[in-house]
Unconditional design. Structure first.
Length: 108
């Protein structure tokens, strides 16, 4: 068997599992913990920012759809009003005895 001094020489020369293991002090653990917290905060912030963006896009899309629906209803109402005006003009001309374009030209 080797003496303690020869085991130390072999361990120093070829390395042992105990000497390869990294031992961290309190400052290193504090730094690693702080880095871990910063990374966790960054990931959480990114996640919540993406969620906020998605919700904002959904709200904007819903508002655009509502605006388009309101505009289409307003446009349909305006066309309906115009159609009623045309029907009233035709009814008025029919009441005056104007049924054809030639009769209309003669009366004008």
């Amino acid at each position: 068997m080797l003496s303690n001094s020869s085991e130390d020489v072999i361990a120093e020369r070829f390395g042992s599992s105990a000497s390869r293991r990294i031992r961290l002090g309190a400052i290193q653990w504090l730094i690693l913990g702080a880095v871990g917290c910063v990374i966790a905060i960054m990931v959480g912030t990114g996640y919540f920012a993406m969620q906020y963006r998605e919700r904002a896009l959904e709200v904007a899309e819903r508002e655009l759809n509502n605006s388009a629906l309101l505009l289409s209803r307003h446009f349909d109402q305006q066309l309906s009003d115009l159609q009623h005006v045309h029907e009233d003009v035709v009814a008025q001309l029919g009441a005056n005895g104007v049924n054809t374009a030639d009769e209309f030209e003669r009366k004008m």
